[in-house]
Structures are given as C-alpha cells and as structure tokens.
Design a protein around this ligand. Structure first.
Ligand SMILES: [Zn+2]
Length: 382
C-alpha cells in the first residue's frame, strides 16, 4: 500500500464556486483567529487550541471537522508557520471529503456539495486502484480555477524481482547519472536558479531600504520565489519520470544515502555554495522514490562512501582514479568512463552485492551488514 496524491481540476457550477469561495474564506478566517489566540496564549498545542477556539470557529459557520482541520493547520509542529492565512486552500479529512464516482463530495458552509472532477487516464488508473481516500485539500489558483488534491491509499502491484539493479547518482552538472550510462543534464536548472538568485539579490537590496519597501516589490519577491519553486518541481518531476520510465516492475533502484552528499563536494565561491546548499536533492530523491514505488520498483539506499573513486571493474580504490571533474580513470586497470556514471555503477554494485538485487530474499527483508554492525543499506517502503 502506498499513499498517493492525485491533483484534479474541479468543475463547480457558479453557485457551487460561490459556496467553495465562502468556505475558503471562513477557513482562512478560522486559521487567523486560531493563530491570534495561539500567539496570545503562547501555545501551538492542537489540544489546547481546540479547547480555546473550537466554539468560536463553529460560530463562523464551519463544520466540526473543518474547525478541527483549521486548528490542525495552525497547530502543526513541523515546517514553516504562516504569519497570516489567505483564503486559497482548505483541508479535508475522511469525514468531510469523499468520492462519488467521478465527483468529489465536500463539506462546505452551504452543506455538502457534490462537484464533478475533470479526470485524465492517469487519474482514472489510480482511482480504480484506490483502497481508501484519506482526505485532501481544496485549492483555488490565481485565475479562479478550482482543484482538489486527493490523498488516496493505493495498492501497488507486487512484482517478482527481475534481478536488475540500476544505480542513480544525483548531482548538479548532471542532474542524474544512471549506471546504465544514461545522463540527465542539470544545466537548465542550474542556469535558472542562478538567474533567480541574482534577481532576488537585486530585490533584496531594494527591500533593505525602507523608502523602497513597496507592496509591489514585496509581491514581486513572492512571485519570483513561487515561480522558481514551481520551475524546480517541474524539472525534477520530469527527470524522475524519465528515470522511472526506464525501469521495470521488480527492478531495484539504488540511491545514495544523502547524508553524505552535502559534505562531499567542497566547493568554493558563494554562488556555488549557495547552489549546493539549496540544490533540491531531498525533493528529487523523494520524487524518485515515490514514482519508483508506485511502479513496483524497490528503492535501496546505499552508503556512498568512495563511490566516486572506486573502480567498478577491478574494485581498486584511489583518490587519483578521479583526477579531473568528469573523467574516471582507474590507476590499476585503466578502466575509463564518465565519473558520474561510475559513481552510479558503484551504487548499483553495492546494492546488488548486499543481497538486494540478484538473489532477492522475501520482500521486506532488510539485510544487515556493513561496518561496525550498522546496516549500510535500508529498504524504503514496501
Ligand atoms: Zn580498475
């Protein structure tokens, strides 16, 4: 079983759209009211907030469950805490959202509404495999279009192991290098990120001068960040899609343990360091894992130590194997290849040699091993 988010466009009637709009406004109002109380009482505990504001939220015309969702949004522990909530989205749980054929039934300030969804073959494929709906989020974009992001639990096809292990090395110059030799360029992403960085620096210098701290400038700032975020997501979505398209159910995908990744490259220069820190490895890996698992591909996390200086042919480890940035040349046997692809090959080899690939035991088994008794590989999901 796996949780999947399906983003679908809604097609409400004008009257329904009005009801949705009012619901978003009430929800935002509820969030802001909760936030105010949370600040005044210095507590973000959901339990305490519920006792403090629940009655007031119900008085706004929100259903019991929507009131709870508003409190949950303000009271959540992790992540960014908003300073103010705008009426752009509303959270739903199993009791306030349900599916009725190709429509979604939502609880609103005008009661329960049944709104048709615009579904693609992709949506239909997964909805047919959905075991349950956990809830979702109602959203309205700038242009007034309505969406619902459904959180569904789906049954993922169980595939027999194929014995094939593919390693993927994540980087910047190359977004990803695969042990199959395929390479995905990171060029466009890098250029664009540096472009946005320059733009933001320009705006920031203006924002630092109070006289120029205008509303439009602040809006521009927000728009740029949003645009960059969407661009990065789009590129990573496409890249991970391409990688997973090349895999078959039952394959194993070997990804390096990212904890080592940040420290690995010692780069100089402010721009390079900025890029390295902000490079969305985490998001990329998340998307890869997510798509791989939906396809029945097992994801194995591998300790990346020495993957860039080990020869995949003879196993010789030498720092000098990787002399220049792009080329790997083994000092012992003379094997030559693109350095990033070599790293990917080593990841695949490592995942395979630790029993994850060729002779696959029962699904879910986690092989122990590695140095100091610590497992160097772990299976993500199942
Ligand atoms: Zn060698």
């Amino acid at each position: 079983m796996q949780t999947l988010t399906l983003r679908t466009r809604l097609e409400p009637t004008p009257a329904q759209a009005d009801a949705l709009q009012e619901t978003l406004e009430r929800f935002a109002q509820a969030c802001n009211l909760t936030l105010e109380v949370a600040r005044a009482c210095r507590t973000f505990s959901k339990f305490k907030l519920q006792r403090l504001v629940y009655g007031q939220l119900r008085a706004l015309g929100l259903s019991a469950n929507l009131a709870i969702r508003a409190i949950a949004r303000v009271g959540r522990r992790k992540g960014h805490r908003a300073k103010h909530y705008r009426p752009t989205s509303c959270d739903y749980d199993q009791r306030t959202l349900s599916l009725r054929g190709e429509s979604v039934s939502l609880s609103t300030t005008h009661g329960r509404l049944r709104i048709p969804m615009r579904l693609s073959p992709y949506h239909r494929y997964w909805l047919a495999r959905a075991r349950s709906v956990q809830g979702g989020r109602l959203l309205r974009d700038r242009r007034g279009r309505w969406y619902v992001h459904l959180t569904v639990r789906v049954a993922v096809p169980e595939a027999l192991p194929t014995g094939r292990v593919v390693g993927v090395d994540l980087g910047q110059r190359l977004l990803a290098a695969l042990s199959t030799g395929e390479r995905l360029s990171g060029g466009a992403l890098k250029t664009k990120r540096l472009h946005y960085r320059a733009k933001r620096a320009e705006i920031r210098s203006k924002l630092d001068r109070p006289s120029e701290r205008t509303r439009s400038l602040r809006r521009l700032w927000a728009r740029l960040s949003g645009r960059e975020r969407r661009f990065v997501r789009q590129v990573l979505h496409e890249a991970s899609r391409r990688i997973v398209d090349g895999l078959a159910p039952g394959d194993v995908l070997a990804i390096e343990d990212l904890r080592g990744l940040r420290g690995r490259t010692k780069r100089k220069g402010k721009a390079a360091r900025h890029l390295h820190q902000l490079w969305p490895y985490g998001l990329f890996r998340h998307l890869l894992e997510y798509k791989a698992r939906l396809k029945g591909v097992r994801v194995v996390v591998v300790d990346p130590a020495h993957t860039s200086r080990t020869c995949p042919r003879c196993g010789h480890i030498d720092r000098r194997n990787r002399r220049s940035g792009r080329l790997f040349r083994c000092r012992a046997c003379g094997f030559q290849h693109n350095a990033d692809v070599v790293a990917a090959m080593n990841l695949a080899r490592r995942a395979g040699s630790e029993g994850m690939g060729r002779c696959q035991p029962a699904p879910g088994a986690i092989p122990a091993g590695g140095r100091e008794g610590k497992p160097t590989t772990s299976v993500v999901g199942s």
